[in-house]
Design a protein around this ligand. Structure first.
Ligand code: ATP
Ligand code: MG
Length: 451
């Protein structure tokens, strides 16, 4: 490939000419860098850590690259595990924090005919295993984007740039190293990574990097659902879920991840209502992350798959409050989805509970509202109802009822749920038959929604 040959010398940005300070590097990453260096190895920070520090953002994690082989890294650290087959790595563990240490790799041309490890490829060019070690230059050229291939060298605190990453970082450009179509073919997840970094950093895609996206999305079908699940979490929990979602749709990648959701969005034929459940869920995820609050991925996934659930129930002629119909439809929606993107049970169960809660929250008579309040999924269910209220009038009325109910103290709540005063002429059994029209008393609004 014409432009993949490394230049003889990298651009070297000495310490006084860049802003990376050791004060902003985690002490664990520094420990790893120094120990490798002291043992006579080359040791650099690389990837997102360097990229984010250079643009004054807080890195999510720190990745280390070294000329030490994984086994050598293993021997240097007691708290070290070797992981990965496709891509062998050392994980140095410090409590919850893991510093990932990768050995410099070469891109591994298939022409190699020695006995050493080679890059293993599928017939379609996808790289199945990538364990050919090489020099730091080689390592830079086999990385995905130029802005991800900058090295911070612990030996002299300089930044090394083999691929023009500093310029692209300054210009706000996501540019693949090498020939974009070939690099996407080798690893289609790079398409998602391109969009993820564009969304998260608010960068533009270089035209050549951008051009193949709309026609190459189908390659994502080859990616194992579990890997796509990890990628989905990174796409939507990076703090810019709303923008990333728009980009995924723009580049026609979203439909390869969430086919049923894309189908429903396509049916609407117009830009999503800004108050639509999905856009609101994405925006509130971003807001919560910006405020440092925890987010529940199941909540967002429940929102991503809500329209397919509704669509299935509508097409089946199910009443929205038919419990069994919802459970059956939920099974089908989830089964369908996990053929593309895995949903571990720790997520699929709460997704279903959030959906089921939408029915349970319509039961606003008798003691049921009080019982629901103490349910562990109540908060997520109620928050989800609030999102639905943006575009669904019945949901809005119900959400309003619950909001008022929650605003009451315990005694007022109990009073609010008293049956209507005696002597209204209705027998108990008639009242039960007419449960739908039973309204809790003051101060809950008289026009409660259908249950
Ligand atoms: P984040 O902020 O999400 O951690 P990152 O750039 O550090 O972003 P990682 O997934 O942690 O992303 O990967 C670390 C580095 O490894 C990347 O910066 C890139 O240089 C390289 N890399 C990761 N995935 C690929 C890939 N699929 N193809 C080529 N290089 C990759
Ligand atoms: Mg990283």
């Amino acid at each position: 490939m014409e432009d993949r040959n490394p230049p003889a010398q990298p651009a070297i940005i000495p310490r006084p000419e860049h802003n990376i300070s050791r004060a902003n590097i985690s002490s664990n990453a520094l420990k790893v860098l120094y120990r490798l260096h002291d043992a006579g190895h080359r040791a650099c920070l690389v990837g997102g850590g360097v990229r984010d520090l250079l643009i004054d953002r807080k890195p999510k994690d720190f990745d280390v690259a070294t000329d030490a082989r994984p086994e050598q890294v293993y021997r240097l650290f007691r708290n070290c595990r070797l992981i990965g087959r496709r891509f062998r790595l050392a994980h140095v563990q410090f409590g919850q924090d893991i510093v990932e240490v990768a050995t410099f790799r070469a891109h591994g041309d298939d022409t190699e005919d020695g006995d050493g490890p080679t890059v293993e490829r599928a017939a379609d060019g996808r790289i199945l295993s990538d364990n050919v070690y090489g020099s730091i230059e080689d390592d830079a050229w086999r990385r995905d984007f130029t802005i991800n291939a900058l090295y911070y060298d612990i030996a002299n605190f300089a930044v090394l740039d083999y691929v023009g990453g500093m310029d692209d970082l300054r210009r706000g450009l996501i540019r693949l190293i090498g020939s974009p179509a070939q690099r996407y073919q080798e690893d289609p997840v790079r398409m998602l990574r391109a969009v993820r970094f564009a969304g998260k950093l608010d960068f533009r895609l270089d035209p050549a990097t951008e051009a193949p996206l709309q026609r190459m999305g189908q390659l994502l079908e080859k990616i194992p659902p579990a890997r796509l699940f990890d990628e989905i979490l990174k796409l939507f929990l990076g703090g810019s879920a709303a923008r990333t979602f728009e980009l995924l749709r723009h580049y026609q990648l979203f439909g390869w991840l969430f086919p049923a959701t894309e189908h429903c969005l396509g049916l609407a034929q117009q830009p999503l209502h800004p108050k639509s459940l999905l856009l609101q869920a994405l925006a509130s995820t971003d807001n919560r992350l910006a405020e440092g609050k925890p987010v529940n991925p199941a909540f967002l996934l429940a929102a991503l798959l809500w329209e397919p659930l509704q669509d299935r129930m509508r097409r089946h002629g199910d009443h929205p409050n038919d419990v069994e119909a919802l459970q059956a439809a939920a099974d089908l929606v989830i089964q369908d989805q996990i053929r593309r993107v895995a949903l571990p049970r720790r997520y699929s169960l709460p997704i279903r509970e959030i959906w089921e809660f939408q029915q349970r929250l319509t039961a606003i008579t008798g003691k049921r509202p009080l019982r629901l309040l103490s349910h562990p999924r109540f908060r997520a269910g109620y928050d989800f109802l609030l999102l639905r209220a943006g575009t669904d009038e019945q949901a809005a009325e119900l959400a309003d009822w619950w909001t008022r109910f929650l605003a009451l103290d315990e005694i007022s709540r109990a009073n609010a749920l008293q049956p209507p005063a005696k002597g209204n002429g209705k027998s108990k059994s008639r009242r039960r038959r007419n449960r739908r029209s039973t309204r809790p008393g003051d101060p809950i609004p008289p026009s409660g929604p259908d249950s």
